[in-house]
Write a protein that binds this ligand. Structure first.
Ligand code: GDP
Length: 435
């Protein structure tokens, strides 16, 4: 998500230029554009205005730091403020040793039931004893859906009956806990299609009776502007304690997370990243801010590489990036899953790749074949690959000389890009380094 906003900000800040000093006029122009970009990314107007005001205040009169350019200084300020607005650091809900009761609240379709299942799996894996309560009597299939998820995760579920009173629900939960000790009860409450007073009253009643220790508002990242109203209303009515932003894997724009967090001031605990049970991550404001600025989810990339135990993915000095490294990386990448997804995690890639870009498996195999037909000397020093060698490699790998030319050109471009990225995140640009 957030790519559109990232691109936009990057374009604007390229224009701020390389001057050493930030003038008021420059800051004003950049901020106007940033506000526009935020609005286009579906950030609520008031939130965007406040955000820009805060950055402006810090930017005017700010001397350009160290070896940063004026443009980079603004990026750093925007980046830092984005992190701050998104909550600063990663925060997780507090858990007592027992008696934890969490309410899942939100609009219908936001991903409440799915997130309930995900939380159950997450906390079960941490050794918690979870009980799920299917209290979404509003959406017809919700209770059955939760039952299926509970089975999948391996936790018990208690289904609330139509028309059951809050007192009755509480009694049933208490009864269950007497015979089957559980330290975390997660209640999937009735979803609303839109803000609905009667249903909100019902939810408030259930809350009064059950006294949840957390009320987690589930917000769909795709809802943009609407996220602010939803978050505000739920917070006023049922005192939200934390947020879960779902569908962060979609191509939603950045607005929802920023707006919901800003208006409630409540921490975003988790991000939903797929429809699957495992698709729940702790929310990392620094990573998301990096993505907003188009710097890529570098930590996400490293984590995936570590998961796959891929020491070879360690980036070398860009000047040393030879064809052997390219081959090694391509082979590792092929093991790591859908290439399009992965490439988007590389800093700058989301900007460099054309819309709808995808390298297919066959193409990777072709590149592999071409590099495999080179001698070690050629791979380490592609400069020596002259016309004669190109012909030999082409024949050896079953390709045309033109294909070899294209590959060598691509390698040169990748090398240039890596150099550029290193300059951007090098020691002189401390604040710009991905977190
Ligand atoms: P509820 O009405 O709030 O309980 O919504 P559901 O849990 O039924 O979710 C609505 C739809 O969103 C379902 O199709 C889910 O599979 C999907 N969904 C929920 N969370 C995510 C997520 O993080 N990523 C994606 N891609 N889909 C999600």
């Amino acid at each position: 998500m957030f790519e559109s906003l990232g691109n936009k900000l990057q374009d604007i800040l390229d224009r701020v230029g390389k001057e050493r000093q930030l003038t008021e006029a420059q800051v004003k122009a950049a901020m106007r554009e940033i506000r526009m970009a935020l609005l286009e990314a579906d950030v609520n107007f008031g939130v965007a205005k406040d955000f820009v005001a805060r950055v402006s205040e810090k930017a005017v009169g700010q001397s350009v730091e160290g070896s940063l350019t004026a443009g980079q200084t603004v990026v750093k300020l925007v980046h830092d403020e984005l992190i701050e607005t998104l909550g600063g650091k990663t925060i997780q809900p507090e858990l007592k040793t027992e008696g934890n009761v969490w309410f899942m609240v939100g609009l219908q379709g936001a991903g409440k039931t799915t997130s309930t299942g995900k939380l159950a799996a997450h906390y079960k894996s941490k050794g918690r004893r979870v009980l799920l309560v299917a209290a979404d009597t509003q959406r017809p299939a919700a209770r059955d859906q939760l039952e299926v998820l509970a089975k999948q995760v391996g936790v018990p579920v208690l289904k609330v009956a139509d028309g059951e009173s809050p007192a009755e629900t509480k009694r049933r939960v208490d009864d269950h806990l007497k015979t089957d000790f559980r330290d975390l009860v997660i209640v999937d409450t009735a979803g609303r299609l839109q803000i609905d007073e009667a249903l909100m009253d019902q939810l408030a009643d259930l809350q009064r009776v059950m006294q949840p220790t957390e009320s987690l508002l589930v917000v769909d990242a795709m809802t943009g502007q609407e996220a602010l109203n939803v978050a505000q209303t739920f917070d006023q009515r049922v005192n939200v304690t934390g947020l879960i932003i779902t569908k962060m894997d979609g191509d939603a724009r950045g607005g929802a997370a920023l707006s919901a967090r800003s208006v409630t001031g409540k921490p975003i605990y988790f991000a939903g990243t797929s429809e699957k049970i495992a698709g729940l991550d702790a929310f990392h404001p620094d990573r998301v801010a990096g993505r907003i600025l188009g710097m890529g989810d570098v930590l996400g990339l490293i984590e995936r590489a570590q998961q796959a135990d891929l020491k070879a993915m360690e980036v070398k000095k860009p000047g040393d990036f030879d064809l052997e490294d390219l081959l090694l990386q391509l082979r590792q990448i092929r093991k790591m899953g859908p290439l399009g997804d992965l490439l988007k995690l590389i800093p700058g890639m989301s900007r460099a790749l054309p819309e709808g870009f995808n390298i297919d498996e066959a193409q990777l195999q072709r590149i592999d074949a071409m590099i495999s037909s080179m001698t070690v000397k050629e791979r380490r020093n592609p400069k020596i690959i002259d016309g004669r060698r190109r012909k030999r490699i082409a024949a050896g790998s079953g390709h045309s000389v033109q294909d070899i030319n294209k590959l060598l050109k691509m390698h040169e471009q990748m090398k240039d890009m890596m150099k550029m990225l290193q300059r951007m995140s090098g020691p002189g640009a401390k604040g710009m380094k991905p977190p």
